[in-house]
Ligand binder design. Structure first.
Ligand SMILES: CC(C)(COP(=O)(O)OP(=O)(O)OC[C@H]1O[C@@H](n2cnc3c(N)ncnc32)[C@H](O)[C@@H]1OP(=O)(O)O)[C@@H](O)C(=O)NCCC(=O)NCCS
Length: 169
């Protein structure tokens, strides 16, 4: 498996695999269409994909991870914190380590790019293994707080409510 930056030719595959990964996902209302593939497109259009990696096996794109800037608290500029996700693996390829490799590679690259920290929304038993943990001072209102986690990569830890890029809303 190769993990690499997205290329223009991957965009349709990324959209299709993100849709497939989130179709019928328990965090959507039953029968509702997923929105994550649209979020990725909108982030790209807005120039807000801070990192977009694909996992490729024998020429097939089987996984994708997106990162985008978040705002925490009142600061307007100078924050280098990012939201991790959506992360998507083709249903038939899940549970084989693709998601973990994408996440580990993304953490390393974001650190190299100077990120001060990352936040993620998701299952603590999954994201905990990569070092994410709930932080009382970095808050995403409206969801059970165990499901919102942070990973500081520097001593610059902001605090307050977190807003994602408008593409998420
Ligand atoms: C979540 C996802 C990205 C993980 O990728 P993956 O390649 O399937 O996961 P890996 O093979 O790296 O890791 C498998 C481990 O993660 C666990 N896991 C996978 N998805 C999980 C989830 N949603 N919640 C909790 N644990 C999960 C598996 O139980 C397994 O645990 P184990 O190592 O103890 O056996 C993938 O399953 C997926 O695309 N799911 C649908 C979309 C989604 O939920 N994305 C994340 C929310 S943004």
């Amino acid at each position: 498996m190769q993990i690499r930056h997205e290329a223009l030719a991957d965009i349709d595959s990324i959209r299709a695999l993100t849709y497939a990964a989130f179709k019928g996902h328990p965090h959507h209302e039953p029968g509702a269409e997923p929105t994550e593939h649209v979020i990725v497109d909108k982030l790209r259009e807005a120039g807000a994909l801070s990192l977009s990696l694909v996992a490729e096996v024998d020429g097939e794109i089987v996984g994708h991870i997106a990162l985008s800037p978040v705002k925490i608290g009142e600061a307007e500029v100078g924050q280098h914190w990012f939201g991790l996700g959506p992360v998507s693996v083709l249903p038939a390829k899940q549970g084989k380590g693709v998601g973990s490799q994408l996440i580990r590679q993304a953490l390393e690259m974001m650190q190299q790019q100077g990120a001060e920290g990352l936040v993620v929304m998701g299952d603590p038993s999954y994201y905990g293994r990569f070092g994410f943990k709930h932080d009382d001072t970095i808050v995403f209102p409206g969801i059970p707080q165990d499901y919102f986690m942070a990973l500081a990569m520097s001593a610059q830890k902001p605090n307050g409510d977190v807003s994602y890029h408008p593409a998420f809303y």
